[in-house]
Write a protein that binds this ligand. Structure first.
Ligand code: GLY
Length: 405
């Protein structure tokens, strides 16, 4: 009799419990989405106001690099600098979200001074310079002149391809290197793939694939961390050495380099659907997410093996690039991995958007993010704002909104 009564009670309670759990789970999910939606909105409204401050700090004819707090001055560069596309690119991302015409006016005036670099062949950074800027400008406006600029830039970049090593030469030869190829170069393949996929010469796509395959073969260690620089002999095609230039030591994992690799192989999978690129990106993601030296706020130290961890500098740019890459990788992965990638990216975004990393209005020279590290061994750009950190931070926010809200 007692057993029957208990059974009845259980039968009554189970569906109620089930309904309560489902309701609270759905509520939690909705409030999480609302939270992220509000966060994205806040960050873009802030970015619009903050970049108007930055624009006043950048004289005509040059591009912002960073902010020197001691001198209270935004440092600038000419348009040949590898970062010259990020400022117009960031303005275009802000415009994409806010549709603020003043932001578009500023973007257009900077695109005008950058355009001549479509003929630049002095570095491998044409993708960063011309695709983050004119690629976005074309995507948002459909202006054929922007597409023509991007097409010419791909041709200029392709002049640095060296068939004997099946790679693009990153930097010119110097006292330090003969023919250096750096992991960052994976990012510039997007320009080549996009132009081939949009009516341009198919040779750019071939170059990008050859370069990615050489990188896959030579740049990575067994644990899927990567070297920064590989130096080749252009007469024999031999690989001379594998080193780190911006990293802590030749055996360390320079954080931004790991982010470039993750982003690069994810992007190459987008264009090729070649499973080996997806596998590589997922292996890199695992290495990074599970790394014992990844801080709990998911904003990496400047190098995963930096001496002095935890008492050393962070690199917020590495987190911004990684977050953006993980959000795209989530699009190509199964549900379990997608959840892991999106949760990690969300954590990075929330950290970057917090007062610990994101500046207040009018401060930081007008840049969004603080605590980036450009090249610590060279004592250059340490713990400062940097244009590409802002660019990939906003790209991650747009990607989150587009795919996960
Ligand atoms: N491409 C140079 C850097 O990431 O510092």
């Amino acid at each position: 009799m007692k057993l029957k009564k208990n059974m009845n009670k259980l039968l009554l309670i189970t569906p109620i419990l089930f309904l309560c759990c489902t309701f609270s789970f759905a509520q939690k999910k909705t409030s999480k989405i609302q939270n992220m939606s509000a966060l994205v909105d806040q960050q873009f409204k802030f970015a619009s106001a903050q970049y108007k401050v930055l624009s006043k700090n950048v004289p005509e004819g040059v591009m912002p690099v960073t902010y020197n707090a001691q001198k209270d001055k935004v440092e600038t560069s000419d348009t040949k600098w590898w970062c010259s596309g990020f400022y117009p690119g960031t303005l275009l991302y802000i415009y994409e979200y806010t549709k603020d015409p003043a932001i578009m006016i500023e973007a257009k005036s900077r695109l005008a001074i950058l355009k001549k670099e479509k003929h630049h062949t002095g570095n491998h950074d044409l993708g960063f310079m011309m695709f983050c800027s004119f690629g976005n400008a074309y995507r948002l406006t459909g202006d054929a002149d922007h597409k023509a600029t991007v097409d010419t830039a791909a041709q200029s970049l392709s002049t640095r391809y060296r068939p004997i090593i099946k790679s693009i030469q990153s930097w010119d030869s110097s006292k330090n290197f003969t023919c250096p190829v750096i992991i960052d170069n994976m990012m510039n393949l997007e320009l080549l793939c996009w132009v081939s996929a949009n009516g341009g010469d198919k040779k750019f796509y071939e170059i990008a694939i050859n370069h990615a395959n050489s990188t896959l073969k030579n740049h990575f260690r067994k644990d899927y961390s990567s070297y920064h620089v590989l130096d080749y002999d252009l007469n024999t095609g031999d690989l001379l050495r594998k080193v780190n230039w911006q990293g802590a030591s030749d055996s360390s994992a320079w954080s931004r380099g790991q982010s470039w690799g993750l982003y690069g192989f994810t992007m190459m999978y987008r264009f090729t659907k070649d499973k080996q690129y997806l596998d590589q990106a997922q292996h890199i993601a695992k290495y990074l997410i599970k790394h014992p030296n990844m801080p709990s706020d998911m904003v990496p130290y400047w190098d995963f093996n930096a001496p002095g961890i935890p008492n050393t500098y962070r690199d917020a740019s590495a987190a911004a690039i990684m977050a953006s890459a993980l959000l795209e990788l989530g699009q190509y992965s199964d549900k379990t991995l997608q959840k892991q990638y999106v949760n990690t990216a969300e954590k990075m975004i929330r950290s970057l958007a917090s007062p610990k990393y994101r500046a207040r209005l009018g401060e930081n020279g007008g840049f969004l993010l603080m605590h980036n590290t450009g090249a610590l061994p060279q004592k250059s750009e340490v713990d400062v704002p940097l244009t590409y950190a802002d660019y990939y931070f906003l790209e991650a926010l747009l990607r989150y909104k587009k795919w996960y809200l």
